[in-house]
Design a protein around this ligand. Structure first.
Ligand code: HDE
Length: 705
């Protein structure tokens, strides 16, 4: 169908030359009296529009005449296009998600009435969205950040959302501070710089002014802030929640989701390089792993505590800046989940997924954690904004529960349901009282723990039990290896050297000093600041276990990316690289042969390849040429650079036969751990695989004197 366009230029010319047929010749113009707003102080007069004696313009002023709007195909298409975007998430805008299922290990009805936990082997569909917090929707995956872990269970009693993170604690203790935290962390209001980063003044101004941030910061500055992939992170519910049984007995719990792939992180220089080499690194990894049948898996566990334990351990279980060390309460595994299906449509599923911590099911209850209480309001509110004001976001396919919904809520923009009940009110008699009120005894209704009581003075004040900000960050640092501690220190040095205000830098050092004099002193040194005197009253030597992201071997080499350097100038090198690739592929790894140009069996070129894109590098035999001469096919020195970078990023590197030329050109010391050489691949194959599982060789990173 074609529209008829009436030329605006012709029309304008006509209008300009002719006298207006509607112009009144003298006499009173009835529109004139509307030039002023009666009874106003004059302010509104500037907005009054009087159309008398005017010609049509566009919304933006002078127009060139109308275009006929009867081309409805064009109009519909353009209108649809104009409305394609919805507001991105105010936080956690950048993310990726997948579908899967949860499987309960047993019948847990002794601790919770939640139906998805009431039978061994019972499966429940899930949707899990991973994210970073600060960056906008198009930001790079590898920005240093806390990572979102939003898990939805589509249970047979409705949706249960655990909107958690990969770090078990949070920055603040009271919801009213959330807008302040985010304003401080997000880019500057004047120039919107920097994107997806906290290495700036306002973020550290806020952190140093609010010591509740210190614990989460220590985790974010460690490997937890820069994971290797979404599949290699753990998840936490963060807040303390409640389990409630059918009989109404409750316990306090904390959720733990432990990656069965293992935890692994990249180094900061890698994360920075990856942001440029592949900004979609994490979403691609998740998508490819699932597409290739390597379904990531997590074990689901809970720490179970009695109601009376709230203050038992020397910290407040309602304080979201505290972990419950596993030495205080072990984790009870109760099930596992698997991600086995990619989304079909990113917008419809991932972008429109609208999680709410208030989505709970029977058998689960909240706690009085003030941060959690604020979240119960914020998420519904934010979803209303993202769904253009309509509460029917719950009816979008990805958000719909897998059970039918019965209540007296009606209408609203985009209503999808045809409610047949013409008595949508309670109590009613005309619909025989239905839908009936569900409660503890009838209809398996929602209930909160019946014994829950709250009391207190009506004041805005933090609990005195929330005032220890420094002992758990210290617990975390005490529990890291020297190499990991060095990474935290280096990360703090990087962040703070980008802070311009000396005053803010000093305030941060003062906070760090309450955690550890060593931390404060070593960071201060890089900033050219004086080392502070120890504040020993804050210090202790306690440790906890299982908080490292390095040094826990991965469960297998499956899905790991291995680059095999070859040269198209030598058929021997390409043939050997292909053989090595076939052997690695058979074990589920993801090998790529790299050479000067694409060819049979060569999957990438030196111009496109980079060490950050691989978890380990192997140099095939007979590749001397690419290390000792230049080529116009790739940037100068790229093959040597790949070897050198892989080494300094702590990756396993191997060379076969004359491939050792790569090591000598890149000044790689062959005697260092994780560096393998042999005349035949078979002689180092097993060692290299162990190296891949070990993932990072931390002794290659220098440690402060
Ligand atoms: Fe969120 N948070 N948050 N948050 N959060 C949002 O909701 C908020 C907090 C978390 O994958 C928003 O749907 C407040 C803690 C994740 O779609 C918003 C407070 C934890 C996601 C919001 C917190 C989280 C969000 C923005 C302090 C870990 C991504 C878009 C009271 C336990 C959800 C949206 C997804 C998203 C508010 C604190 C995790 C604005 C007010 C603590 C994983 O509603």
């Amino acid at each position: 169908m074609r529209g008829t366009i009436l030329s605006g230029i012709v029309l304008n010319a006509l209008l300009a030359s002719a006298a207006c047929p509607f112009m009144q010749a003298g006499g009173e113009n009835p529109h004139e009296k509307r030039d002023k707003v009666t009874g106003d102080d004059g302010f509104l007069d500037q907005f009054v529009v009087n159309d008398a004696n005017t010609y049509t313009t566009t919304d933006f002023g002078r127009g060139r005449g109308p275009t006929l709007l009867e081309d409805f195909v064009m109009r519909t298409k353009i209108t649809r296009f104009d409305h394609e975007r919805i507001p991105e998430r105010a936080v956690h805008a950048r993310g990726a998600a997948a579908h899967g299922y949860f499987e309960s290990y047993g019948d847990w009805s002794n601790i919770t009435a939640a139906s998805f936990l009431n039978t061994a082997g019972k499966q429940t569909p899930i949707f899990l969205r991973f994210s970073t917090v600060a960056g906008s929707r198009g930001s790079a995956d590898t920005a240093r950040d806390v990572h979102g872990f939003s898990l939805r269970f589509y249970t047979d009693q409705g949706n249960y959302d655990i909107v958690g993170n990969n770090i078990p604690v949070f920055f603040i203790q009271d919801a009213i501070q959330f807008p302040d935290l985010i304003h401080a962390v997000k880019p500057r209001p004047d120039n919107e710089i920097p994107q997806a980063a906290t290495a700036h003044d306002s973020a550290w101004d806020f952190f140093s002014s609010n010591p509740s941030t210190m614990h989460t910061l220590m985790w974010a500055l460690s490997g937890h802030g820069i994971p290797r992939s979404f599949r290699h992170i753990d998840g936490f519910g963060v807040h303390t929640f409640r389990f409630v049984t059918d009989e109404g007995k409750s316990k306090l719990i904390k959720w733990h989701f432990k990656s069965k792939q293992g935890r692994a992180s990249v180094t900061w220089p890698e994360a920075q390089a990856l942001a440029g080499k592949n900004a979609d690194y994490h979403r691609q990894d998740l998508h490819d792993a699932i597409e290739n049948g390597h379904f990531p898996e997590w074990e689901v566990g809970v720490q179970i505590m009695e109601e009376s334990d709230v203050l038992r351990f020397g910290y407040d279980l309602l304080d979201p800046t505290k972990i419950v060390p596993v030495e205080d309460v072990p984790i009870t595994p109760i099930g596992k989940f698997i991600l086995n299906r990619n989304t079909m449509n990113y917008f419809a599923e991932t972008e429109q997924s609208m999680f709410c911590p208030g989505h709970i099911v029977r058998g689960i209850d909240f706690s009085e954690d003030p941060l959690l209480q604020g979240r119960l309001f914020s998420y519904v509110d934010t979803q209303l904004n993202r769904n253009m004001g309509s509460p029917n976001f719950e009816q979008i396919p990805i958000n719909r529960p897998r059970v039918t919904v019965h209540n007296n809520n009606r209408d609203g923009a985009g209503q999808q349901m045809l409610h047949s009940n013409i008595s949508p009110y309670s109590e009613n008699t005309l619909n025989e009282g239905a839908p009936y009120a569900a409660n503890m005894t009838h209809g398996q209704g929602f209930f909160t723990a019946p014994e829950r009581r709250v009391n207190g003075a009506y004041i805005r004040e933090k609990s005195p039990t929330f005032m220890d900000f420094w002992s758990q960050p210290r617990l975390f640092l005490n529990s890291l290896s020297p190499a990991e501690l060095q990474m935290v220190i280096n990360a703090a040095r990087f962040e703070l050297s980008n802070v311009k205000s000396k005053n803010v830098q000093k305030r941060v050092i003062a906070q760090f000093n309450r955690i550890s004099n060593e931390l404060a002193t070593r960071v201060a040194k890089a900033l050219g600041l004086e080392a502070p005197a120890p504040e020993t009253k804050y210090y202790h030597n306690n440790k906890t276990s299982d908080v490292s992201t390095f040094g826990n071997p991965l469960s297998s080499i499956a899905t790991l990316n291995v680059g095999i350097l070859a040269s198209t100038s030598s058929a021997k090198s390409v043939a050997q690289a292909q053989e090595i690739a076939a052997a690695l592929k058979a074990k589920g790894a993801n090998p790529t042969v790299i050479a000067e140009h694409l060819a049979d069996g060569v999957g990438a070129t030196y111009s496109g390849a980079d060490a950050v894109l691989f978890d380990g590098i192997i140099i095939a035999d007979d590749t001397r040429k690419v290390f000792t001469s230049q080529s116009s096919l790739y940037p100068v020195g790229r093959p040597v650079q790949i070897v050198r970078d892989a080494f300094y990023y702590g990756k396993p590197v191997a060379a076969v036969g004359a491939g050792k030329a790569g090591f000598s050109q890149a000044a790689v010391d062959e005697k260092v751990k994780g560096v393998y050489t042999a005349d035949a691949w078979a002689n180092i194959e097993a060692e290299f695989e162990t190296g891949l599982k070990q993932f990072k060789f931390l002794d290659r990173f220098p440690i402060d004197e």
